[in-house]
Write a protein that binds this ligand. Structure first.
Ligand code: ATP
Ligand code: FE
Length: 340
């Protein structure tokens, strides 16, 4: 089975070709245009997708050495995401599938961040059901109980900002370019995480909150910069390490709680923030300390990519779930039962 997958939910135009559960090509075109605005500008994102979509799909097919006539199905991200961005990938995927007369498979982006663990990769184990998945990305922060490919229950999620936003907004306050998450990670590795203290939010159950941390970082910055204008320059590594340490603690506290509540000790992470070195290390430590089995995606499957859309397409295709509907927005996901 050859699947062509298309992802265009935010600011990356991505296409991938899979042969069964193996990635043959995984192409991502980022959009530098947003950097100067310090965040994604939806209208500019849609326009860049329109420019990129044809060359990116061509490149994926070329790299995979697959002709479009060989394709078994086309999979695409139907949501959640920016409407204008999603429309570009959706229209392209629909027309292509129609033109080739092959099935069109809609894929939920958050489900894909989780099922990326089922892409066949050397050196990477696949989780066994049931397992817990913590999706940590630019728009979401959720703990999900995964009973099968298509049975997922959201146990908790953020009540305000996503964890990726907490990284990006903290970075913005410190004067770092967008997206700041990877830069905080880079500087954090050179700093002392215990230098500055930021209070952790008190949120019940398995839900998260990150808006308070953002405010705490802002007040901290304003106070310190008033006393010494070079404060950030002098202490960047320690500041980044302290912010990252606080965020990782918030995430790990909730994960521990989820493991305790469910008795499930297989824990996977997914989404852009799963690229973070701090969370990767914290999970490794938890394997030794608590006996969990943890799953961290291969780096190229952490931030947005189309291979993760392709694996869901492949699973839906082979499990005969073509008609299964995905989720189109987080509100629906929040209603606890994911009908996929
Ligand atoms: P969603 O998946 O919720 O719709 P998205 O698709 O925009 O959101 P992803 O591409 O999955 O998000 O993740 C992007 C986020 O990951 C950004 O906030 C970015 O800063 C963050 N991120 C990427 N690498 C790192 C890292 N090494 N450390 C911390 N954050 C990171
Ligand atoms: Fe994403």
């Amino acid at each position: 089975t050859y699947i062509l997958a298309i992802e265009s939910s935010c600011d990356d135009t991505a296409a991938a070709v899979l042969y069964n559960d193996k990635t043959l090509a995984n192409v991502v075109a980022g959009q530098a245009v947003h950097e100067q605005y310090g965040g994604v500008v939806p209208e500019l994102a849609s326009r860049a997708h329109q420019q990129n979509i044809v060359p990116v799909v061509h490149e994926a097919l070329r790299k995979a050495n697959v002709k479009k006539e060989q394709l078994s199905a086309v999979a695409f991200t139907s949501g959640p995401g920016l409407m204008g961005s999603l429309l570009v990938g959706t229209s392209f995927a629909k027309s292509l599938a129609m033109g080739l007369n092959i099935p069109l498979i809609d894929v939920n982006h958050m489900q894909a961040h989780i099922l990326a663990h089922f892409i066949d990769e050397e050196g990477f184990d696949k989780p066994l059901f049931p397992f817990l998945a913590m999706t940590i990305s630019g728009g979401h922060t959720q703990i999900v109980r995964v009973d099968s490919y298509f049975e997922m229950t959201v146990l908790g999620q953020t009540l305000d900002d996503a964890v990726g936003e907490a990284f990006d907004k903290s970075a913005k306050i410190l004067g770092l370019p967008y997206p700041g998450g990877p830069l905080i990670d880079k500087y954090a590795q050179l700093g002392n995480p215990k230098t500055y203290k930021f209070t952790k939010p008190k949120v019940d159950n398995l839900d998260f909150s990150f808006s308070g941390l953002k405010t705490a970082v802002l007040y901290f910055y304003q106070r310190e910069i008033a006393a010494d204008p070079d404060f950030v320059e002098k202490n960047r590594n320690d500041i980044c390490a302290s912010i990252q340490y606080t965020i990782i603690n918030i995430l790990m506290d909730k994960l521990k709680k989820a493991v305790k509540q469910t008795g499930i000790t297989q824990v996977a992470i997914g989404g852009g923030v799963s690229a973070n070195s701090g969370i990767r290390k914290a999970l490794k430590d938890a394997e030794e300390k608590y006996g969990w089995k943890t799953f961290v995606p291969k780096f190229e499957y952490t931030t947005d990519n189309a291979a993760m859309i392709g694996i869901v397409g492949y699973l839906k295709y082979t499990e005969n779930k073509l008609e299964a509907t995905g989720y189109t927005n987080t509100q629906v996901m929040a209603q606890s039962r994911l009908k996929l």
